[in-house]
Design a binder for this molecule. Structure first.
Ligand code: ZN
Length: 272
C-alpha cells in the first residue's frame, strides 16, 4: 500500500500515529512472509478519523490465490456448515440477512420478490448468499478466490463468477448489491464503490456495505480482528459517510452495530 499523504475521504493532510504491530494479532490470516521482519502500523486522519495502514508487507496476490482456503485451513465446507448451524443469537449472518430483508421490503414497494436481482461481491464461504438465495431472490456471488467460487457454485448451487471485481468487467445489472467486509481490504475503496454503479439497475436499486468500526474497536485495544493485517482501511462514521458521498451515491442509512461475534461494525445503505 502506498504511503498516504492526503486523506482520500476528506482531503485533510494531517495524521496521527496509532497502533503499531511487530507481530500478528490473534487469528490473523497466515502469509508467506518473513515474520521476523513483521512491522506495520495504522495512522488516523485528524479530521474524519479514518484509519490507514502503513507497511512494507505486500498483500498483492493474497485474494486471488487461496485466501479463503488458507483462512479456513482447506476445510471450506466444514467451516460453512459450522457457521450456518449457529443459533440466531450467535450468528452475525442471521441479523445481516434480516437487516437487508427489512430494508428491501420497505424500499421496493411493488416488486415481485422472485424478480429481485441480487449480487454479493466478495462472498468467501458463501454463508451470506446461501441465506439470501433461500428468500427466492435471483442471487449471484462473486469472489476472486477460485476454491471459494467452486464451493459456492457446486455445493450451494448459487450462480458465481470467479473474478476480482476491481480489475474485471462484469456486464450484468442488479437491484441490490452487497459488499460485506470487503472495502477494508482494497487499496481504493472509493474507486471500488464507484464501480458498482455500472452494475446497478438505474432508479431501482440500493446497496448495502459493512466495514470495521475503528472508533469503537480501538477502545478495547489493538489485538482485535478489526485491525488485522488484511485491513488496509478501518472506518469511522464520518469516513463511511464521505465514502458514499465521494462515490456519488445518496446515503440512505448509516449505523453502528456490535455483532454477535463481538465485532464492531459500521453498516450503510445507499442508492443512486
Ligand atoms: Zn479524513
Amino acid at each position: 500500500m502506498k504511503k498516504i499523504i492526503q486523506c482520500s475521504f476528506c482531503n485533510n493532510n494531517k495524521f496521527k500515529k496509532r497502533f503499531n504491530y511487530t507481530k500478528p494479532i490473534t487469528r490473523e490470516v497466515k502469509l508467506n512472509i518473513d515474520y521476523k521482519k513483521y512491522n506495520r502500523f495504522y495512522k488516523s486522519c485528524t479530521f474524519c478519523g479514518h484509519w490507514y495502514t502503513e507497511m512494507k508487507i505486500n498483500l498483492k496476490d493474497l485474494y486471488s490465490g487461496s485466501y479463503v482456503a488458507s483462512t479456513y485451513n482447506n476445510r471450506l465446507h466444514d467451516a460453512f456448515k459450522k457457521i450456518i448451524s449457529l443459533p440466531k443469537n450467535k450468528s452475525d449472518n442471521y441479523h445481516r440477512v434480516k437487516r437487508i430483508l427489512n430494508f428491501s421490503n420497505s424500499f421496493f414497494k411493488n416488486i415481485n420478490k422472485k424478480k429481485i436481482k441480487f449480487l454479493d461481491i466478495g462472498s468467501g464461504l458463501g454463508v451470506f448468499p446461501y441465506e439470501i438465495n433461500k428468500l427466492g431472490w435471483d442471487c449471484t456471488a462473486i469472489d476472486p478466490d477460485k476454491t471459494a467460487c467452486h464451493h459456492i457454485q457446486k455445493k450451494l448451487g448459487i450462480k458465481t463468477k470467479n473474478i476480482d471485481f476491481v480489475k474485471s468487467r462484469f456486464d450484468k445489472k442488479f437491484n441490490i448489491i452487497t459488499l460485506n467486509k470487503v472495502l477494508e481490504h482494497v487499496e481504493e475503496p472509493i474507486k471500488m464503490l464507484k464501480k458498482i454503479k455500472d452494475n446497478l439497475i438505474k432508479n431501482n436499486n440500493f446497496f448495502y456495505i459493512e466495514v470495521p468500526d475503528a472508533t469503537e474497536a480501538s477502545k478495547l485495544g489493538k489485538d482485535r480482528e478489526e485491525f488485522g493485517i488484511d485491513h488496509l482501511h478501518v472506518f469511522t462514521l464520518n469516513s463511511l459517510y464521505l465514502l458514499l458521498k465521494k462515490s456519488d451515491f445518496t446515503p440512505l442509512s448509516i449505523n453502528r452495530i456490535r455483532e454477535n461475534s463481538s465485532k464492531f461494525t459500521l453498516t450503510a445503505f445507499g442508492k443512486f
